[in-house]
Write a protein that binds this ligand. Sequence first.
Ligand SMILES: [Zn+2]
Length: 201
Amino acid sequence: MSFHANGAIEYARQLRQRRPKTADRARCKKSAAYRRRFGPATQNVEPKSASSYMAKKRKKAKAIKLAVSCPYCNQLAELHDSSVVYSRSYGKIWICFACKAWVGTHKDSKEHKPLGRLANEELREAKKKAHAVFDPLWKRKIVKDNVPKHEARHAGYSWLASRMEISVNECHIGMFDIHQCQRVVEICKPYTEKFSNKVNV
Ligand SMILES: [Zn+2]
């Protein structure tokens, strides 16, 4: 081995000695949250306990984000595949088995954001009736005015919101209670009937 190689090995050994031990290095990287939890770094603190503490904290934050409660019993709803209530799978649903209430989820949401509030059988029926009279109105606009689906639906909800005297942000059949669904039927039915008669003539 040459003189230069020996010198390099010796230098590397000295560097290793100067470097703090793994535990100390890990402690240097810890955040203010670590210091609040464990106080100033001491020789006895294991970095592993801090990382598991942070992992738990992250997990808890995630769990809070996903909490969906049942409006009938106020218990937390469970996330299941929709095949538990339908004959086939339509994606995930939030469900309260005790109240037989559920709601679908946004297809593009990683956290399975609910489409609205959980609905029991009575409310599901009311929502179906509301959609049956409201949807044909905005769908008609797609063909009549040649606009994209989302634009036609938004225009429909804007009109419905003004008729129901609520803000557009609050106006979604998925969010409505039974009384509001009945109002949708009252408001939309005359128009839906009128337009369907026109088509038939
Ligand atoms: Zn419930």
